[in-house]
Design a protein around this ligand. Sequence first.
Ligand code: ADP
Ligand code: MG
Length: 323
Amino acid sequence: QITIDQIAAGEVIERPASVVKELVENAIDAGSSSVTVEIQEGGIALIRIADNGCGIAREDVPNAFLRHSTSKIRSIQDLSHVGSLGFRGEALSSIAAVSQVELRTKTADDLFGTHYLIEGGTEKKMEEIGATDGTTFLIRQLFYNIPARRKFLKTPMTEASHVNDVLMRLALSHPEIAFRFVNNGQEKLRTSGNGKIKDVIYQLYGRDVAANLLEIHYEKNGIRLDGFLGKPIISRGNRTYENYFINGRYIRSGMVSKAIEDGYKDFMMQHKFPFVVLYLSLPPEETDVNVHPTKMEVRFHNQQAVYGTLMEGVHKTLSEPEL
Ligand code: ADP
Ligand code: MG
C-alpha cells in the first residue's frame, strides 16, 4: 500500500544525494557552523548527518515530520522572499516515508534532548536522552519499502560520488561552515569553515587548482560577479569544473555556462572548459528560480544583460596583467 507521502517522496527524493542535500540545507538553515556527513554503501545503507545548529524542541519533533510543516514561513507574504533554503516542509516527511529515520536533537534551552524513531512514516519511538546541542539524523535503508525505486539506484560508488558533488557545492556556497564528508570510514572532504572561498577551493580541489586562480570582482547592469577564475592551463574536457551560484544558490544554466566560456574563448584551447567558482548577485526579482526541489534551473528576465556582464567580466579579468 502506497501512501501520499511515498508519492511526494518521489518528487523530492531520488537518491541518497537528494537526502543529503535536503538534510544539509536544513542544517544550514539551523545556523550550524559545522556539518558532518557520513555514508555507508553510497548512502543506500546509511546516511548520518550531524550538525551543531539550533536543534528541534521536543514538542516540535513529531510535527517536523508532517507534510507541509515548516517552521520557515509564517505568512503568505514570506513566500515571495524566502531567505532560507527549504520552505516547503516536504523533506522530512518524504524521507521518513521511504526509509528508517533516527533523530537525536537538542536545543540550547532544553535540558534533555529527544530521541525519535520513525520508519516508513510511522512513529516508532520518542524518548528523552542526554545529548549535546544540535541535530543528528541517521537515515537507514533508503527505499526499503519501495523496491522499484531502490532498483533504480546506481552502484554505491556512483551514489557516493553524487553525494560528494552535492557537498562540494554546498561547501562552496557556505565557506563559513566547516564540512566533513566520510565515505565508508574514509574522509573524502573537509573544509575549515574560516569563510575564505580560496581556502575552500584549496581544500576541495587541491594545490594545483588553488595556485592558478585569478580573483574576479566586476559589476555592470546591476549584476555583481565575485569569485575566482582558473587560469586556462587548468581547464578540463567537460563542464564539471564550472561552479556558479546565483544569489548564493548553486544552479545550472546553459546560457551562463556559454557566457563564461565565451569570456574565456580568446585564452582557451578549443574543446576545453574552464575552472570557475563564480558568485552572481542580482536583484531576486530579475530571476525566476525553479523552486522544484530537485531542479537547479534559473531564468533571467534580462538574459542579454546577464550574458553580456558575464562575458565581459570574465574576458576583462583574464586580460588584466597579473600584478
Ligand atoms: P523545511 O526545511 O522546508 O521547513 P523540512 O521537512 O526540511 O522542511 O524540515 C521541517 C522542519 O524541521 C524545519 O522547518 C525545521 O524547523 C526542522 N528541522 C529540520 N532539520 C533541522 C535541523 N537540522 N536543525 C533544526 N531544525 C531542523
Ligand atoms: Mg528543508
